[in-house]
Structure formats: structure tokens, C-alpha cells
Design a protein around this ligand. Sequence first.
Ligand SMILES: Nc1ncnc2c1ncn2[C@@H]1O[C@H](COP(=O)(O)OP(=O)(O)OP(=O)(O)O)[C@@H](O)[C@H]1O
Length: 270
Amino acid sequence: MSEPRTAASPSPGAFIEARHLWQEYGDQVVLERLNLRVEEGEFCTLVGASGCGKSTFLRMLLGQERHSRGELLLGGAPLPNEPDPSRGVVFQRYSVFPHLSVLDNVALGLELPRAPVLGRLFGAAKREARERAASILGRVGLGHALDKYPSALSGGMQQRLAIAQALVMQPRMLLLDEPFGALDPGIRKDMHALLLELWQETRLTVFMVTHDLSEGFSLGTRLLVFDKVRHDPQAPNAYGARITYDIPLNAARRAQAHLPSEVAERIAAR
Ligand SMILES: Nc1ncnc2c1ncn2[C@@H]1O[C@H](COP(=O)(O)OP(=O)(O)OP(=O)(O)O)[C@@H](O)[C@H]1O
């Protein structure tokens, strides 16, 4: 029998690792020698002053942007240079397709890779895709709105749809860029509860940018503060940000994230 893993056990290879990571645009240094190790299942919230490179870091994790220097690894190998279904993303601005129904918005992600020419599946494959889409929409609270169009949805409902779009692809990582920034406080609270439930169920690794520090503290298992350690008032673009504080949060939730899913399910079932 293998030894139980405890907090003191050496951790296996990191899921995401940034080593001396830099991002520069021309003569503007945005990120500078950033180092980070994140294990699978962690929920990292990213905070920092406006313009310090949080969204840039998310885009790099998504594979939308290549770093200038250093290494960015996924499971020990260079992170793929292009977005793929293993990385789901939700932006602050609604990213759903306005001309498609709620159900089609989510089913499309399943249909396109399997029918790249027509963009449509037929028969059993189509039914299966739509059933899966409907099931995840039910999970995010949109089961009653499958035939609606996005223009008929509230802001919170549109973000639920965007989350469903990302989750239906069964990503290993969920990247959220201020996903609730445009929502009213009451709706935000509902969305926080939903996101935590989904994270606990799926055991995804989450990176979420937020400007709301209390949201950052209450949601994550880890708060990452992006900031510049060097400033030159004569040359504001000369130095970039890195992670200056890395604060473990919500110990109980953090411990749960490390529990093997089958053990967590057995305990929950009692
Ligand atoms: N493709 C690009 N080309 C040139 N400059 C860019 C590019 N992408 C980002 N930048 C610059 O990099 C800096 C960091 O931008 P980024 O959006 O990552 O910051 P942020 O911390 O997410 O900001 P905010 O909190 O305001 O959203 C900004 O000065 C921005 O103008």
C-alpha cells in the first residue's frame, strides 16, 4: 500500500510551472522574471494594479500569446502554443454567439471539432452532443432557457452560458478574466457559489483575475499578487511585474482539492 500523502509529502511535478518568465512588448516590460508552481486542482485568484500584466499572464496560459523569455510548462512540457479544449476561458465581456440559441452556443463546441466542414453533426452524434450540452446547461442553472437567444438573457445568465461553453469541453484548466466584473453584487454572490460548486465537482485548476480583493480572498485556495518590485519614474515601462505575494487561502477547501476525487465522493456519499 502506498504511503498516505500529507501536507509534508514532497509534491509531484507541478501542473503549471513558470520559470523566469518574461513578457515584453517592444520596449515595454510587462512581466519580469515571474516564477510560479501550481498543482492540479488549485484555485488561484490573481490581483494587482491595472495594467500590471494579469490578463497577459492568462493569455499566455491559454496559449494565445507566446512569452518573450523563460519557460512556461504544463505537466513538465512546454505549454502548447495554441488554445485547445483542455483550457477553457471566460472573459468579463460576454463571449457568447448572439445568433445561436443557448443550447446551440454550448453544443457548437462539441460539434465543430467533430464536423469541421459543415460545423454540424447528424443523427446519434448530434443527439449525444445536444444531450451533453443540455446537461451542463442544467448544471449552471440554464435548463429552462435552452431555446432562448443571448439577447434575452440577463448579464448573470450570459456568464452562466459562457461558463457552460467552457465546461462542456471538459477542460483541465479554467481561465477566468474578471468574469463577474460587470454583474450586480447579488448576482455575483450567486455566481461565486456556482463557481465554487463547479470547481469542487470538476476538480479543475482555476486561474481567475479579479479587481475585487474580497472576491480574490474568499474564492481561491491561493491569492497571487502581481506587482512591480522595481520602479523608474523616468522610464515607467522599463520594469515589469512579478508575483510579489503568494498567499494560501481557505485551508479546508485547499485540503479538499488535494483529496483524491474518489475519496471525496465516498465521504460525500455517506
Ligand atoms: N498585445 C499587446 N501589445 C502591446 N502591449 C500590450 C499587449 N497586450 C497587453 N499590452 C500591454 O501590457 C500591459 C499589461 O496589460 P494587461 O491587460 O495584461 O494588464 P492587467 O493587469 O490585466 O490590467 P487590467 O487589470 O486593467 O485589466 C498594458 O500596458 C497593456 O497595454
